[in-house]
Design a protein around this ligand. Structure first.
Ligand SMILES: [Zn+2]
Length: 64
């Protein structure tokens, strides 16, 4: 039982530190800074370009 709270302790998706409390504006990030970093990633489209290609996208012509 080294990490009993591992499952209910969300991590900041940016820096992997423990996220801010639920009642904090920065949640689910650890801070407003990381929140802005995430927003910036959306803005410059890096989320789209870094999205792993899903091979099933091309193997399903009926789904276009
Ligand atoms: Zn963070």
């Amino acid at each position: 039982m080294d990490a009993p709270s591992a499952f209910n302790s969300p991590r900041c998706p940016i820096c992997k530190k423990p996220a801010a409390p639920l009642d904090d504006q920065a949640f689910p990030f650890c801070s407003q800074r990381c929140r802005l970093v995430d927003l910036g990633r959306w803005m410059d489209g890096s989320y789209l370009t870094s999205r792993p290609l899903d091979p099933t996208d091309e193997d399903d012509p009926d789904h276009k």
